[in-house]
Write a new protein. Structure first.
Length: 78
């Protein structure tokens, strides 16, 4: 980070520099989401990719669906 970027970051993080008088209200985001990075070894990712292809979905959708199915199964088993 350059010295100028560091200075700007410090200023942005300093509440004394915030404009408290002209804040704007915005409606909430209707469907907030989180994006998660997941690391796989090359051979693991290849296996996931093949399974996703066989299921006819993108890798991201495959992982999403698999995790939610796992959580649903866990909830049923309790």
């Amino acid at each position: 980070m350059t010295p100028e970027e560091e200075r700007e970051l410090r200023e942005l993080q300093d509440p004394d520099t915030w404009d408290w008088d002209t804040g704007e209200l915005h409606p909430p985001v209707p469907n907030p989401r989180a994006v998660v990075a997941v690391e796989f070894a090359s051979d693991e990712f290849q296996r996931v990719g093949i399974a996703a292809h066989q299921a006819g979905v993108r890798v991201t959708q495959f992982i999403h669906d698999l995790v939610l199915a796992h959580l649903s199964a866990q909830a049923r088993d309790r």
